[in-house]
Design a protein around this ligand. Structure first.
Ligand code: NAD
Length: 423
């Protein structure tokens, strides 16, 4: 039987990730052996484990996953999500995307992803801790600073990373901060990690603007989402002299054509819990946000935000994908036909994993860098990757998404061919 007939991780999301890979592999005329190999994760672990609810007699059993897509590049790297619908297929697809993302920005990691099938909003803090510690114990043999380094993802945060680090360290008999990234700074977490993704996205704005013939100073920027990514993208864009004219979050959308005062907006969101009602801006609908005429659009909230049914109202010259997968395939084609220059998620939001890489390096060396060093090195890595992807896009006459994947898949393929097949 052919291995592909029996894929435990088969799911719509996994098939989509493979289809995207195959499309690019065909353009690249990829080596057949490597092509077959890369469509399957190298290691996929499924565990089930019990944890005690706050009601002591009640014990729930849940599924946990950890998938490592490629072990060729060094340790693997990727987040852990807690969600009630997470499954092996989703985690395996995301692990593959992490492989490409790390390779595109040149980090010495393969891709990984993990998950626990629980609803984090239904768990108290003590329950979260028990789930996290037991999940860590279940996957402990396959994680470690030289093996696989988890990070936060949906439903997990700095505190969850601290519990993973502590559980792993208790088993080793000494502190091992480099086993996870996205930790609190007190445990060896990196300064500037929180703002890394948003700042990384905007570090590509000047390069994209110069390519598309847009003047950065005064450029109108619209951002969907004002969480971790959107907020710091807004701050960085206004620092560049852009006018952030529209922002939305789950509470609503706001608009001010002269530019929103981002410092005041951040404080307002901290106090009020969302952008809705911010003084000095008019309220608009979430649909109207995408219709605002602008030079730069940054979707930084959810997947599939720009779709066939709303893409016709979008009027922008540049899209920087802060969120993962914010544009559907059909909408992507429409935007490009309308002349928009799209910097894809695998490149644009790689700032998060890049600063995670810095955190891992600092933990291994026990030597911590200043914020300026981190922000400067982040910008350098992001801009270099952008220029290389743009060069591939021009040379091969393909869009930036395809060019980014050509770069990432090419790097992994070369490494695999040089290492050879064991034994
Ligand atoms: P977050 O939870 O901090 O913020 C999400 C924001 O989006 C919030 O402001 C929320 O109110 C808003 N939002 C949610 N649904 C919305 C909707 N339907 N319309 C408008 N706004 C909505 O999350 P984040 O860390 O900022 O991540 C945002 C996206 O970026 C996700 O797709 C995530 O996978 C991706 N991403 C994040 C990182 C990172 O380092 N945080 C790295 C890579 C990719």
């Amino acid at each position: 039987m052919v291995l592909s007939d029996q894929m435990e991780w088969d799911s719509p999301m996994y098939r989509e990730a493979v289809a995207q890979f195959e499309q690019v592999a065909t353009i690249m005329n990829l080596d057949d052996n490597v092509r077959e190999r890369l469509t399957k994760p190298q290691r996929a672990m499924v565990v089930t484990f019990p944890y005690r609810r706050d009601e002591y007699a009640e014990v729930d059993t849940v599924f946990g996953y950890r998938v490592q897509h490629v072990l060729t590049m060094g340790p693997t790297k990727g987040g852990i999500r807690y969600a009630e619908d997470v499954n092996l297929g989703e985690v395996a697809a995301l692990a593959m995307l992490m492989t490409w993302k790390c390779a595109i920005v040149g980090l010495p990691f393969g891709g990984a992803k993990g998950g626990v099938r629980v609803n984090p909003r239904e768990l108290g803090r003590a329950e979260m801790q028990r789930v996290t510690r037991r999940y860590t114990a279940e996957i402990i043999d396959i994680i470690g600073p030289q093996k696989d380094i988890p990070a936060p993802d949906m439903g997990t945060d700095e505190q969850v990373m601290a519990w993973i680090m502590d559980t792993y360290s208790q088993h080793q008999g000494h502190s091992v901060p480099a086993v996870v990234t996205g930790k609190p700074p007190e445990l060896g977490g990196s300064v500037a990690r929180r703002e890394a993704t948003g700042r990384g996205v905007v570090s590509l704005l000047p390069g994209a603007a110069s390519h598309r013939g847009v003047t950065v100073d005064g450029a109108r920027v619209v951002i969907q989402g004002f969480g971790n990514v959107g907020r710091y993208a807004a701050i960085a864009a206004s620092e560049l002299g852009c006018r952030v004219i529209g922002v939305s979050d789950i509470t609503g959308a706001i608009h001010n054509d002269s530019g929103l005062e981002i410092g005041k907006l951040c404080k307002y969101v901290d106090d009020e819990g969302g952008v809705k009602g911010f003084p000095g801006a008019e309220e608009i609908t979430s649909e109207e946000l995408f219709g605002l005429q602008c030079e730069v659009l940054i979707p930084a909230a959810v997947g599939n935000a720009i779709r066939a049914d709303n893409v016709s109202s979008v009027d922008t010259k540049i899209v920087l994908e802060g969120a993962n997968n914010p544009i559907t395939l059909e909408a992507d084609a429409v935007l490009r036909d309308n002349g928009a220059f799209i910097v894809p998620d695998v490149l644009a939001n790689a700032g998060g994993v890049t600063v995670s890489y810095f955190e891992w390096v600092q933990d291994l060396q026990n030597y911590f860098w200043s914020e300026n060093e981190i922000v400067g090195r982040l910008r350098e890595i992001m801009m270099k990757a952008f220029e290389e992807v743009l060069e591939i896009s021009t040379r091969e006459k393909v869009d930036m998404r395809t060019a980014a994947l050509i770069k990432g898949i090419g790097r992994v393929t070369r490494a695999k061919l040089i290492r050879g097949v064991y034994p």
